[in-house]
Ligand binder design. Structure first.
Ligand code: ADP
Ligand code: ZN
Length: 707
């Protein structure tokens, strides 16, 4: 069985080896048993049902919640030469009848369908009369009422177990938590399903979180090193989305806005452009996300703080589905926290629910101020233990400096307390720094004991300190809308001197901007750029011809492998990961042409260099021709060219007797005006020198005149 699976993997998909649990899952499902698959985004879930679907007789029915997702997968299978269709509401009755007919004739291997349609009695009836080989339930967490993507229609999928007892079912999701998992098993009747749990680490994503200082400038610095890359910039509000999108466009970064307040046609249009074009930046609220299957999103940047680690993980997880290096970057500040806390306080819902949400926000804040490896902290939150620091996040790479902030923290808390627990950070800093302005005088705070006590720290240091006090829950934000700070219960031990406080030291703004760049991205080196762009251009052209997104033709990983392994023949091309039989046949030649075209140009450049060196070293044209394995005639014409460009002098190129040289020069200079062509004087020298020599002398004369 696995042999066969392996063959399909290579022939159809063009891949050499299964990843992670894929082989075990495929074996289980292909042999007719149920499976529950938990795998992170980009882990390769699709193959887990596509390969068994091809191994088993009959139709594979894939349940998927979104039309966009279905269309993408159908297009992908289609390009691989696998017969797949999506049944959705955009099809008219005639088209639907024709699909049904093709299914009856066994011409279709994969049927993608939305859950509400699948469970219609007519549909179930139809499926019972054709041979179904496998049910795949994608995005299975949609069955969970606790999750954010709950779809009531998913609840009805449970009946498949009774209606099709002989047909294996595989449920897949990228949502890991225990509660969701149990709900899937229970509601989809998957008690007999083997569970396949993968690590939820996304090793190709580089995490960086920076304190917000001048967010736009920081964002630009981050983007500057990612020109031409596609990415998502998340903002909290619609207004900010539009502002940032406008700002980026002005700065020369092609950016589009996306939020729920835009007309739906515009939203659809922008989303389509993001999928189909390369190097676009989507500036969006969290309304943008579900159903974004674009594999080559190279970065996700947050200009505002997500409200939980679940949200952060999911949003950053949209980067780098293709497994290539990607960045998750975020700038956050005290204002973010104040805003989120206020939102939470004013939200509907019972106290218990609010406490849960508060907890989630605290975990998010803790990640921001984390002094250990970010990945370890993130995975630990999801109950996964990463034994060693990852070496691929800002904290690992830059190192984190901490300082003993016990005393300043006490001063800060004291300033909050003594000023009446209702002032914002600006005022508190003024108190600590002893700034006697109108507001201070009006409140009489120049008489406080802490007034002017904090001059050892700068304004920036104090702001950082207050942010960290809030993030650690040592101070609370007043929720009246003005963002005043008050003490929390947990600060008492610190005030009483029972504990000390180590805080993370922020990078200086200059360093922070520099560091905001660094790291992962940049798939191709400078010297590979040109050829990379040529490959992408061809891919784009083919994608347009076939009306599919470029990544459906070939993913970036495949183009990158072509770029690096330089296949020279169709059989080399067949070895490239991601080039299956059908794609080889359809596109192999075209990509080879681009690769070899560009390569022979590069080869000619090398040849020229070598020729000049050999000539300078005193070799004759005949010797050079032997060395470079080309004709003497070619050598002469390359020599003439080098002389014309003054890379070589005539004396270096040729060893001519002086009087012969004089004679040739006279012949060229005999007439008036322009130099005559070689053919005009060649007759006079037949049998005495090679035509190539005349070309060289002429090139030298011409170079002389041009100076
Ligand atoms: P998921 O649905 O889990 O997010 P996908 O099924 O879209 O992930 O797979 C992510 C990417 O990895 C796709 O481009 C897919 O073709 C590729 N991929 C999956 N399995 C393999 C494999 N065994 N070898 C090489 N590439 C793979
Ligand atoms: Zn790390």
């Amino acid at each position: 069985m696995l042999d066969q699976a392996q063959r399909i993997l290579k022939d159809v998909f063009g891949y050499d080896a299964f990843r992670g649990n894929q082989a075990a899952i495929i074996e289980r499902v292909a042999s007719g048993d149920d499976a529950l698959v938990l795998m992170p985004t980009g882990g390769g879930k699709s193959l887990c049902f596509q390969v068994p679907g091809l191994l088993r007789d009959g139709l594979t029915v894939v349940v998927s919640p979104l039309i966009a997702l279905m269309d993408d997968q159908v297009a992908t299978l289609d390009e691989l030469g696998v017969a797949a269709v999506a049944l959705n509401s955009t099809l008219d009755a005639e088209a639907q009848r024709s699909i049904a007919e093709r299914i009856r004739r066994g011409e279709i291997k994969f049927l993608y369908v939305a859950p509400e349609r699948l469970v219609q009695p007519r549909m179930l009836d139809f499926l019972q009369r054709v041979q179904v080989g496998l049910f795949a339930i994608d995005e299975a967490h949609c069955v969970s009422q606790w999750g954010h993507d709950f779809r009531p229609e998913y609840l009805q999928l449970g009946q498949l177990a009774e209606l099709f007892p002989q047909v294996p079912r595989i449920a897949l999701t990228a949502t890991a938590d225990m509660r969701t998992r149990e709900e899937i098993v229970q509601r989809l009747h998957l008690q007999n399903a083997e569970r396949f749990l993968s690590s939820f680490d996304r090793p190709n994503i580089f995490y960086r979180i920076v304190p917000k200082d001048q967010p736009r400038k920081q964002l630009l610095a981050f983007l500057a090193q990612r020109k031409g890359d596609a990415g998502i910039v998340y903002c909290l509000s619609r207004k900010k989305v539009e502002e940032v999108a406008g700002f980026l466009s002005e700065q020369g970064f092609p950016a589009l806005p996306y939020h729920a307040g835009l007309p739906s046609e515009l939203r659809a249009y922008n989303q389509k452009r993001f999928l189909n074009e390369e190097g676009l930046i989507m500036v969006a609220t969290i309304a943008f996300g579900m159903g974004i299957d674009k594999p080559n999103v190279r970065f996700v940047a947050h200009l505002d703080l997500p409200k939980s680690l679940e949200a952060y993980y999911q949003e950053t997880g949209r980067a780098g589905r293709d497994g290539l290096p990607a960045d998750a970057w975020m700038a956050y500040g005290l204002q973010d926290m104040i805003f989120l806390k206020q939102m939470l306080a004013s939200s509907e819902g019972d106290e218990r629910h609010k406490r849960v949400e508060q907890h989630k926000l605290d975990a998010m804040l803790a990640l921001c101020e984390e002094t250990r490896c970010r990945r370890q902290a993130l995975l630990a939150y999801f109950d996964e233990d990463l034994p060693n620091p990852c070496g691929h996040c800002d904290n690992c790479v830059d190192g984190v400096q901490t300082w003993d902030a016990t005393e300043p923290a006490r001063q800060g808390l004291s300033a909050i307390y003594r000023s009446g627990q209702r002032y914002g950070v600006g005022h508190l800093v003024d108190v600590l720094l002893g700034r006697e302005n109108d507001k201070i005088r009006a409140s009489g705070h120049q008489h406080l004991a802490v007034f002017g006590m904090g001059k050892a720290l700068s304004e920036g240091d104090w702001r950082t300190l207050f942010r960290q006090l809030v993030a650690r829950g040592l101070a609370d934000v007043d929720l009246d809308g003005y963002g005043g700070l008050r003490l929390s219960d947990s600060c008492r031990p610190l005030l009483r001197g029972e504990v000390s406080l180590e805080l993370r030291r922020d990078l200086k703004p200059q360093q922070a901007i520099k560091a905001s760049g660094s790291s992962a991205s940049q798939l191709v080196r400078q010297d590979e750029r040109e050829q990379w762009e040529a490959l992408r251009t061809l891919r784009r052209k083919l994608a347009e011809e076939h009306s599919v997104p470029p990544y459906v033709i070939f993913p970036d990983a495949t183009l990158l492998e072509m770029l690096r392994s330089k296949p020279a023949s169709m059989s080399d091309m067949a070895q490239v990961s991601g080039v299956g039989a059908r794609k080889l046949e359809r596109y192999g030649e075209a990509f080879l042409e681009v690769l070899n075209g560009a390569r022979s140009e590069a080869a000619v450049v090398d040849l020229r260099h070598e020729l000049v060196s050999l000539a300078r070293a005193g070799m004759t044209p005949l010797q050079i021709a032997a060395q470079l394995k080309c004709t003497e005639k070619n050598v002469y014409s390359l020599l003439a060219e080098a002389i014309g460009r003054q890379h070589l002098s005539l004396e270096q190129a040729l060893d001519l007797p002086e009087d012969l040289l004089g004679e040739i020069q006279d012949a060229f200079l005999d007439g008036e005006g322009e130099l005559p062509p070689v053919s005009a004087i060649a007759e006079a020298f037949v049998g005495r020198v090679d035509d190539g020599v005349l070309h060289c002398v002429r090139a030298a004369l011409q170079a002389e005149f041009e100076v």
